[in-house]
Design a binder for this molecule. Sequence first.
Ligand SMILES: Cc1ncc(COP(=O)(O)O)c(C=O)c1O
Length: 379
Amino acid sequence: MSLTSILRPIRIGRYALQAETQWLWRRRFADPGDFVLVEEYTYSGTIEAAGPLGLSLVPVAMDSDGINPESLDEILSTWDELHPGARAPKLLYIIPTGHNPTGVTQPRHRRQDVLEVAERHDLLIVEDDPYHYLQFPRPGSGSDYLSIPSYLSLSRSGRVIRLDSTSKILAPGLRLGWLTAPKAIVETFQAAHDLGFVQSSGVSQLVTYKLVSETWGHDGFLRWLQGLAGYYHAKATVMLRAMDRELGTGILADVCSWNAISAGMFIWLRIECSRLPEMSQTAVDAEARQRALLKVEDRIYTEAIKEGVLPCKGSFFRASTSPCGGASSNGAQPSDSIFLRLTFASCEEEQLVAAVERLGTALRNIFHPKSGVIQTEMV
Ligand SMILES: Cc1ncc(COP(=O)(O)O)c(C=O)c1O
């Protein structure tokens, strides 16, 4: 398989600074006051940019296959009735592979279902896919390890703007990425690029060209990508095994849960908090419970740091006003869970095991058994 065969379905491509393409799609395709559809947990850079650009994010429920097409359809079908006078969203921003922060990779059928909804409601999709090439190789997959097609290659109607980045596959310091979309859309970006950022770093472009094109060649680059994906897969396996041992047994067995991942660098840890006194003593009122959950999240986070490990708070990635797990991730019952985003990207395997052990200690400090009931020390 060559890079050309991966790129064949792509109509047009152009190199650009990834942060710039991130900025441009928000700037060029959404006006202040617009609503933009996003997964209910999403890249923090998008959440942070929305406010200053005057955009409101509309979170769409997720399940274990990623964004839920029925929820997406319902939001759009009932929009005019529920938001009289507000322009219906025309943009959907998604992270389909190794999702940041939940680690989910949307299977092909989910992508097709989401595309169908996008067709029905005439949505433009921004496919932000920096983890695409980090799909874990299956045994015997050989050089065909990229089994899940991009939205860009599945779409027949040119409604996808695809963003790729060198950050996760070469080096984040290069600050290079590329955008692929129908010609008219690329030209719009090109015009804005020429007036704004003007040029991506020449040094970065030269280094990347020398490495990828002159030294590796396309086949060598693909071998590099597959090796890197295998390297992350091995680390994910070590971390998940350590989690099984440390967080999946004893008093934490009923508290912690997570899903295996098939791409990327993130594992999404769910922590069920309903038995903590902060929750059992809090009124049923949803807002009060959300505030209580935020405090619990902060306490778990602080305890983890005290034990020497640094997870990311899940609320940091939540694209809505309700901060933690109060709204469910699958459109079902609200829960008393908080989430932590864990990553194995930059640690050696022994460090990963030590980190999970420290997290286990931190959680046991909080959820320790007393009189047969899981309780916590009040601080
Ligand atoms: C979904 C997503 N988009 C964009 C980025 C940023 O990419 P870059 O470093 O190329 O600007 C990240 C990095 O964390 C990400 O997870």
